[in-house]
Design a protein around this ligand. Sequence first.
Ligand code: NAD
Length: 256
Amino acid sequence: SLSGKTAVITGSNSGIGLGMAWALARAGADVVLNSFTDDKADHALATEIALETGVAARYIQADMSKGDQCRALIEEAGSCDILVNNAGIQHVAPIPEFPSEKWDAIIAINLTSAFHTTAVALPMMRKAGWGRVINISSAHGLTASPFKAAYIAAKHGIVGLTKTTALETAQEPITANAICPGYVLTPIVEKQIPDTMKEYDMSREDVIEKVMLTRQPSKEFATVEQLGGTATFLCSDAAAQITGTTISVDGGWTAL
Ligand code: NAD
């Protein structure tokens, strides 16, 4: 059981991050949810998790595009035994038309935020004598596709950060790994369907079948519950020697 541990999950008011929060809470960890908004609905998610699982759950607003707010999130959490760097955004456009401000935002949120949170969390893990860093990369952290330059650069980058984190903690009871999901039907994927329809001049059904799941040999979306299970496994004693690596949850995408 993860009872007595605190998990901080960035970008967890929706999708995979929220699924991870539920899974880690069900495994007994106290959880800190986060996003850049500060709505009643955000705090209600934490209340719901606490009521349902019996762990302590809080929502802390912090914008992962800002380094100081990334650091403040971990400081405000007070302890961080499990750090899940999950916040992420996407933008789809060919390189010549790719807006510079989108490039900067994607690199900041999908990559640089993990540097800042890890920098504050590692000393806490060392003090506690145990820790898990789980970075959410992507099948696009290992392979590429057209029109997602910033996202793919950031997701490859976080695999590198994961390896360095693992080497700097290799002789301590701390591990760092990246989970590389294939397509999961969350809001981030929903939002890119219209742009991809435009890029390829295709219907919604064709984008799902011929663009998205064409790379996923299982022909099924992975689920947030499956990703929560992977994160929980990485927190187990069985995974204590798994560090500095990637775990694909992609229906065979990277086997192609
Ligand atoms: P999502 O849009 O549901 O979740 C993204 C989360 O990040 C949300 O909670 C959002 O509020 C948060 N976020 C965005 N900008 C933020 C900011 N500035 N500060 C704090 N939080 C911010 O999408 P998702 O699919 O759940 O994505 C979660 C992670 O999984 C992302 O890193 C994404 O790249 C990765 N991923 C998703 C898929 C997929 O198919 N859905 C595949 C591979 C990897």
